[in-house]
Design a protein around this ligand. Structure first.
Ligand SMILES: NC(=O)c1ccc[n+]([C@@H]2O[C@H](COP(=O)([O-])OP(=O)(O)OC[C@H]3O[C@@H](n4cnc5c(N)ncnc54)[C@H](O)[C@@H]3O)[C@@H](O)[C@H]2O)c1
Ligand SMILES: O=P(O)(O)OC[C@@H](O)[C@@H](O)[C@H](O)[C@H](O)CO
Length: 382
């Protein structure tokens, strides 16, 4: 079995690529980073350091190689050879790779390959693979659309493992450091052909509940830890969450978001409270060095309509639930400044030039004037 995985970054090497390789697949990483690709080609293996209270071990991932994802000819050839395609490139990059995917699928079908192929995007977004499918279909020649529907499974997933970047190790420059916890849940109803047997990939027919539970608890809390931590002058997630005022705020935001999830999906309130506590402990993992700027990256994405702050807020409005903390969390996200992050620069520029109310409207797409005014007031009184 062969898998083509796009994105040889933290989650690609530290989680998805490792699971695929551990399950006996040959993994080809496609990336735009030439030095990472060269290292993958020459070394053919790397270490994954797993750290936690009861573990500190390095596991080797072998049988890997690399290809430049801009090399369309090579990607098209590989699409015809592989049994599975996965991505962990970031939500904004899905649009960029979609045209190559369309060409590669057309070539696979034109060449007479009738074997089903499954594609799984492993990104922090709700139904990211369905979004990728939409993008691929905008590029597909209409003559191929029926065959793609018939043979290609676009399988949504939820992916959870904290993998911060680490300083390159002199002996093993591809080494990644990961937490012990990991969860990869896929929508079993969307596969075409046999479901690949991958140890650590869980199947569900109720994916939305798991995606939203993860994105609107862990990622909501993580974003608030980062934005409020940065506001208070911290550099790392661990030091932010160790500040009791940050922790209390983060927890109250996760509880407000959790009330929406409990109402929408019927989660057991006690089990959900335990899920929140476990996540708070994961943020405080003393063996991970995670920068608030990594977790806060791309604030405009995180402030968008369906993402970790605004969708939970919309849920509280839908169900008439409390949301003072979510409102303050969104105001805190608006205060995020990072001159190395193009989206943070765009956010600051918009606030300076268009003002807070117009900025909220533009990026969150909220329309409720009362809610917009509450966020604006919270921002001005931060
Ligand atoms: N790191 C985590 O803790 C974590 C956990 C769960 C989910 N995720 C999600 O996984 C995805 C990747 O995150 P990450 O932290 O690994 O980011 P990352 O920046 O470490 O890795 C992304 C990789 O994609 C590559 N890339 C960019 N454009 C590309 C293209 N056109 N073709 C192929 N590769 C391309 C980059 O060079 C980089 O190596 C994101 O959607 C993120 O939200 C991350
Ligand atoms: O990857 P992002 O930018 O969507 O979110 C940043 C972090 O919250 C995220 O990468 C977490 O570490 C990850 O989602 C844990 O599973």
């Amino acid at each position: 079995m062969k898998a083509l995985h796009f994105g040889a970054g933290n989650i690609g090497r530290g989680f998805i690529g490792k699971l695929l390789a551990d399950s006996g697949m040959q993994v080809i990483f496609a990336d735009v980073n030439d030095s990472v690709i060269d290292l993958l080609k020459s070394r053919r293996s790397y270490g994954v350091k797993i750290v936690g209270d009861s573990i500190n071990t390095v596991e080797r991932v072998t049988q890997v190689t690399g290809v430049n994802s801009k090399d369309e000819t090579a990607i098209i050839t590989l699409f015809n050879e592989v049994d599975l395609v996965t991505t962990a490139v970031g939500p904004n990059v899905l649009k960029i790779v979609a045209s190559t995917f369309a060409k590669a699928l057309e070539a696979r079908i034109a060449g007479g390959n009738t074997k089903p192929l499954n594609i799984i995007a492993c990104e922090n977004m709700v139904r990211g693979t369905s979004f990728l499918k939409e993008q691929v279909f905008t590029h597909l020649n209409p003559d191929y659309k029926d065959k793609v529907e018939q043979l290609i499974g676009f399988v949504d997933s939820a992916v959870d493992r904290i993998v911060p970047p680490v300083k390159p190790d002199a002996e093993d420059p591809l080494l990644v450091t990961v937490e012990e916890f990991s969860e990869w849940i896929v929508d079993q109803t969307q596969f075409k052909g046999a479901i690949p047997d991958i140890k650590g990939m869980e199947l569900t027919d109720n994916l939305m509940a798991f995606v939203e539970r993860k994105l609107f608890t862990l990622n909501t809390g993580h974003a608030v830890t980062s934005y409020y931590g940065k506001f208070k002058g911290y550099k790392f997630v661990k030091e932010s969450i160790e500040d009791e005022s940050v922790k209390a705020f983060v927890k109250s935001v996760m509880q407000e978001s959790g009330a929406v999830l409990i109402k929408r999906y019927g989660f057991d309130p006690q089990a959900h409270a335990a899920y929140i506590e476990k996540i708070l402990k994961r943020f405080a993992n003393p063996y991970l060095v995670d920068d608030v700027d990594r977790v806060g990256r791309e604030p405009l994405r995180k402030l968008s309509y369906n993402d970790r702050l605004i969708k939970p807020l919309r849920g509280t409005i839908e169900y008439g639930l409390p949301n003072d903390n979510l409102i303050r969390a969104i105001a805190t996200a608006l205060s995020y400044r990072n001159e190395n992050d193009p989206q943070a620069l765009e956010l600051a520029k918009s606030l300076a030039e268009a003002g807070v109310t117009q900025t909220i409207k533009k990026y969150t797409e909220l329309q409720d004037e009362n809610v917009i005014a509450r966020i604006a007031k919270a921002y001005e009184t931060l």
